[in-house]
Design a protein around this ligand. Structure first.
Ligand SMILES: [Ca+2]
Length: 345
């Protein structure tokens, strides 16, 4: 997988899951069960939510816990206790490099008509879709080969985030019910799969058919991949015609700390606390902040100067927040935006 600062779990946290029809597998009840016994609880829950016995059997035959998945899960950075942030410039240099830009331009050129049709339907620029495709899986080259049923059952059984992964396990059974083989249902150790690295619940909610054959094949089909990413971003509130953000000139001595937001974000607050309060572009101009590309005066934006005074700054719109819903990391979202600009220009 592509190294990232935050786990793909942000997706699941952003996506409400359907309420369970069966009695919830509580942490207490499942805490000390052997894997096989716990798996029976998961299977019962899938059954209660309407998954067929045939699907449950073919997806769980011979299933054992995966120690590598547990090791990877326990190595997640989690919530850091330090207040420091790694430099943005280093991240941009390694994630928006010449090879990734060239790869993105090639995909963009190959898929021009498909991307234009999807942009017309969903209102999200093709360059943004290609940039996310590039960040998630290096344009489809690195999708992960963990057996998803094994990974999700292991993570639910391990219990650190039991309810999340038990729900994703049942969602995976529902994806399989649509006719996907277990051998095809492989992905990251944490359960994300396909070109856009969707979790099963996200697939069920937002995967889209881009080429009109009736299936949302995010494994190999590019039109379906782009339509699914576009649908995700539209659902996250993408506004057609607005940029994700623009570079901004900040006058020397500007009191950025004085523009701090007093709101605490309900999700990933440590990411959001780095952005200023919202103002219109006209208000920012009045404070001496100069956008370095075209953007409407009435667009709302927050100011972000990740590496401090004298370093690059950006005015970020609500569309940047939509990218953050895909993966709540300012490093990820900024490099997606910059890669999209480099692909398009
Ligand atoms: Ca399709």
């Amino acid at each position: 997988m592509i190294p990232r600062l935050l786990p793909a779990i942000a997706l699941a946290l952003a996506a409400p899951t359907a309420p369970s029809l069966s009695a919830p597998v509580t942490a207490q009840a499942a805490a000390d069960l052997p894997f096989d016994a716990y798996l029976e609880l998961l299977k019962a829950r899938a059954r209660a939510e309407g998954v067929s016995e045939a699907t449950i059997e073919r997806m769980t035959a011979g299933l054992t816990p995966n120690p590598r998945v547990i090791a990877l899960d326990q190595n997640q950075p989690g919530s850091a206790t330090t207040r420091g942030y790694p430099p943005m410039a280093d991240y941009i240099r390694t994630h928006v490099d010449a090879a990734r830009i060239a790869g993105g331009r090639a995909v963009y050129a190959q898929s021009q008509s498909t991307l234009a049709a999807i942009e017309a339907r969903y209102g999200v620029p093709g360059s943004i879709l290609v940039a996310i495709f590039g960040h998630e899986t290096s344009y489809g080259r690195v999708k992960g080969d963990f057996d998803l049923a094994r990974s999700l059952a292991t993570l639910a059984w391990e219990g650190r985030r039991r309810e999340l992964f038990a729900g994703e396990f049942v969602a995976l059974m529902k994806v399989a019910e649509k006719g996907y083989d277990r051998a095809q249902l492989v992905g990251s150790y944490a359960g994300a799969f396909g070109n856009p690295q969707f979790l099963p619940s996200v697939y069920l909610r937002l995967a889209s058919d881009g080429d009109g054959d009736g299936r949302a094949d995010i494994f190999t089909n590019r039109a379906d991949t782009f339509a699914s990413i576009a649908n995700y971003l539209r659902d996250a509130g993408w506004r057609t015609g607005e940029p994700w953000g623009v570079r901004a000139r900040v006058p020397p001595g500007f009191d950025l700390a004085g523009q701090r937001s007093r709101l605490v974000a309900p999700q990933c607050p440590r990411v959001h606390e780095r952005f200023s309060r919202w103002r219109t572009i006209a208000e920012w101009r009045a404070l001496g902040i100069e956008p370095m590309a075209g953007i409407g005066d009435d667009v709302m934006a927050s100011l972000f100067q990740p590496d401090g005074p004298g370093q690059p700054a950006w005015l970020l719109t609500g569309n940047f927040r939509a990218i953050l819903e895909y993966n709540c990391s300012s490093y990820y979202a900024l490099s997606v935006g910059l890669l999209a600009d480099a692909i398009r220009d």
